[in-house]
Design a protein around this ligand. Structure first.
Ligand code: NDP
Length: 242
C-alpha cells in the first residue's frame, strides 16, 4: 500500500476519504487550510487503522507552498502513490452581482489549487511510473447551478484537467479520474436554506443528500487495483439527481 495525500482532509468529504484510504491500508497526509486541530483528529482516526497519518497545513492555491509541502512529504514519507484533490470552497452569488474577488477566490483554490498539486505530484509520480490521481469535481460543473458561476467554472475546468492529465500521465502508468458528487451533508451544504434543501431533495431519485462516506467509497475504488484500466473518467455520485 502507498502514501495518499488528501487535500482539504480536515472536514467533510476529505476527512471521510482520508479515513477510508487509511482503512484500505494507505498512509495518509491530511492537508488543511487552517483547521489543524481537526486535521489532527482525522489523523488520529486514521492511525486506528494501523497506518501512518500526518496532518499538514498549507494553502493549495499557493504553488510555492505546495512545492515546500511536497518536498517535506517526499523526504519524510516518500513519493505519494495517491493524490486526492478535494480542497474546495464556495463563494456563491448571482453572476450580475458577483464581485471579482468572489470569482477569483474560487478559481484560485478550486481549480488552480488542484492544478498545483496535480502538476507537482504528477511529476513525482511520473518518475515513480505509478500513481492514482482523483479530482473531486461536482455535478455543478456538468449541469451548471444558479448562483454558482465561479464554482461551476472551476468544477468544469477540473474535468478538462482530468482528461488532459490522464492523456499526459497515462503512458507512465498513472490514472487520473474525477468524482462528481451531488448534494452531500457537510459544512459546505449546512448553511443552505431549508427551502433550497427540500427543493433539491425532490430532484434526487434517492430522495436524500449523500453522506461523505458515499463519496469516499468511490475514491477508494478509483485508487484500488479494481480500477486499474479506468482513466480520464468522471464518476457521478449524486443519488440520481442529474
Ligand atoms: P468542506 O467545506 O466541509 O471542507 C473543505 C475542506 O477544504 C476543508 O478541509 C478546508 O480546510 C479545505 N480547504 C479550503 N480551502 C483550502 C486551501 N486553500 N488549501 C487547503 N485546503 C483548503 O467541504 P466539503 O467536504 O463539502 O467538500 C469537499 C470537496 O467536495 C470540495 O471540492 C467541494 O467543492 C466538493 N463537493 C462538495 C459537495 C457537497 O455537497 N458538500 C458536492 C459536490 C462537490 P480547513 O478545514 O482548514 O478550512
Amino acid at each position: 500500500m502507498g502514501l495518499a495525500i488528501v487535500t482539504g482532509g480536515s472536514r467533510g468529504i476529505g476527512a471521510a476519504i482520508a479515513e477510508r484510504l487509511a482503512a484500505d491500508g494507505h498512509d495518509v497526509v491530511i492537508n488543511c487550510a487552517s483547521s489543524v486541530d481537526k486535521a489532527e483528529a482525522v489523523a488520529e482516526k486514521c492511525r486506528a487503522h494501523g497506518v501512518n497519518a500526518v496532518p499538514m497545513q498549507w494553502d493549495v492555491s499557493d504553488h510555492a507552498a505546495c512545492e515546500k509541502a511536497l518536498a517535506e512529504i517526499k523526504e519524510k514519507l516518500g513519493v505519494p502513490y495517491i493524490l486526492v484533490n478535494n480542497a474546495g470552497i464556495t463563494r456563491d452569488g448571482l453572476m450580475v452581482r458577483m464581485k471579482e474577488e468572489q470569482f477569483d477566490d474560487v478559481i484560485r483554490i478550486n481549480l488552480k489549487g488542484a492544478y498545483n498539486m496535480l502538476q507537482l505530484c504528477g511529476a513525482m509520480m511520473m518518475r515513480a511510473k505509478q500513481g492514482r490521481i482523483i479530482n473531486i469535481s461536482s455535478i455543478s460543473g456538468m449541469v451548471g447551478n444558479f448562483g454558482q458561476i465561479n464554482y461551476c467554472a472551476a468544477k468544469a475546468g477540473l474535468l478538462g484537467m482530468t482528461k488532459t492529465a490522464a492523456k499526459e500521465l497515462g503512458p507512465r502508468g498513472i490514472t487520473v479520474n474525477a468524482v462528481a458528487p451531488g448534494f452531500i451533508d457537510t459544512d459546505m451544504t449546512a448553511n443552505l436554506s431549508d427551502d433550497l434543501k427540500e427543493g433539491a431533495k425532490k430532484q434526487i431519485a434517492l430522495g436524500r443528500f449523500g453522506k461523505p462516506e458515499e463519496i469516499a467509497s468511490v475514491v477508494s475504488f478509483l485508487a484500488s487495483d479494481n480500477a486499474s484500466f479506468i482513466t480520464g473518467q468522471t464518476i457521478v455520485a449524486d443519488g440520481g439527481m442529474i
